[in-house]
Design a protein around this ligand. Structure first.
Ligand code: DGL
Length: 268
C-alpha cells in the first residue's frame, strides 16, 4: 500500500486489524508530499511509480492505494496496467457515507486535487443513493498531520474556517475524504458538532481488500505463519522522522523504517 505520507497509516491500521496474517509493505512518499496541491498528472506519475515498485521490488500480490488524491488521479490507469488487483479508498468511502446518513444530506472533505477532480461526486452518484453531497477542500490539514500537529488552536482555527460551508449545508454525515484526516478527527468533530457523524474510509477499504483477496483465492491461510504477518515501513523522505511520528500515529507495529528504492528487492 502507499500514500503521500502518514495518512495511509489510518488504512494500514484497519488492514492489520482485519487481516493479521497478511504481510504488509507500506510506502509513505514523504519525500514528495503533499499530493493534494500538485497537478493530477504529477500525482498520477508518482502513483504509477509507487504501485509498480510495490509489485516489482516488494512482490505485492495486491496494491491498496491508501490515498484519495492518488486514486482520483490515477486509479483507472493503475487498474489497467498492474498485474495485481488494485483496491482504492474512494469507492469504499462513498459506500460508507451513503449508508451512514439518516437525512440524505452528506458532505465530503478532501485535498484540492481530490475535491476538484469530482471523483466523489461520481462515486456517490454510482451508489444510486438519493443523497445531496456538499464538498469542501481543506488545504493545510495534511501539512499539520505531517508535522505531527493533530490538535491545538491553530488546527481548530483552520478547521472552523474550512468546515463552515459544510456546517451551513446541514450535513449529518461527513466523509473524511483524505486518509490523513482521521488523525484530526477530534478537532473536526468538535467543530462540526455531535449531531454530525464522521465517516472514514479505512474500515470499509480493509473490508474491500479482504473481499478481493478472498474472491481471488489470495488470502494467506490462517495459522500458516503463527507469528502473523510481517510489516515493512518504507519512506521516500526522512526515515527517522517516519519511524518516530509513524509509531505514534499507527502504534507499536511501526518500529523500524527503511528508505524507498534502497534494498527493496527482497519480498517480506
Ligand atoms: N492522504 C492523501 C489523500 O488521501 C493526500 C495527502 C496529500 O495531500 O499529500 O488524499
Amino acid at each position: 500500500m502507499f500514500d503521500s505520507g502518514f495518512g495511509g497509516l489510518t488504512v494500514a491500521r484497519a488492514l492489520i486489524d482485519l487481516l493479521p496474517d497478511e504481510d504488509l509493505v507500506y510506502v509513505g512518499d514523504t519525500g514528495r508530499y503533499p499530493y493534494g496541491s500538485k497537478p493530477l498528472d504529477d500525482v498520477r506519475g508518482y502513483a504509477r511509480e509507487l504501485a509498480w515498485s510495490l509489485v516489482d521490488d516488494y512482490g505485492a500480490k495486491a496494491v491498496v492505494v491508501a490515498c484519495n488524491t492518488a486514486t482520483a488521479a490515477g486509479l483507472d490507469e493503475l487498474r489497467a496496467e498492474l498485474p495485481v488487483p488494485v483496491i482504492d479508498v474512494i469507492e469504499p468511502g462513498a459506500r460508507s457515507l451513503v449508508t451512514t446518513t439518516r437525512t440524505g444530506r452528506v458532505g465530503v472533505i478532501g485535498t484540492v486535487g481530490t475535491i476538484s477532480s469530482g471523483a466523489y461526486l461520481h462515486a456517490v452518484a454510482r451508489t444510486g443513493a438519493p443523497v445531496h453531497l456538499a464538498s469542501a477542500a481543506c488545504p493545510g490539514f495534511v501539512e499539520f498531520v505531517e508535522r505531527g500537529r493533530t490538535t491545538g488552536d491553530e488546527v481548530t482555527v483552520l478547521a472552523e474556517r474550512l468546515l463552515a460551508p459544510l456546517r451551513d449545508a446541514g450535513v449529518d454525515a461527513l466523509l473524511l475524504g483524505c486518509t490523513h484526516y482521521p488523525f484530526l478527527a477530534r478537532t473536526i468533530s468538535d467543530v462540526m458538532g455531535p449531531e454530525v457523524t464522521l465517516v472514514s474510509s479505512a474500515d470499509e477499504t480493509a473490508f474491500a481488500a479482504h473481499t478481493v483477496l478472498n474472491d481471488l483465492g489470495l488470502l494467506r491461510p490462517p495459522g500458516e505463519r503463527p507469528e502473523g504477518g510481517r510489516h515493512r515501513w518504507v519512506s521516500s523522505g526522512d526515515i527517522e522522522w517516519f519511524r518516530m511520528l509513524g509509531g505514534r500515529l499507527l502504534g507499536p507495529e511501526l518500529d523500524t523504517t527503511e528508505p524507498w528504492r534502497d534494498g527493496g528487492t527482497v519480498a517480506p
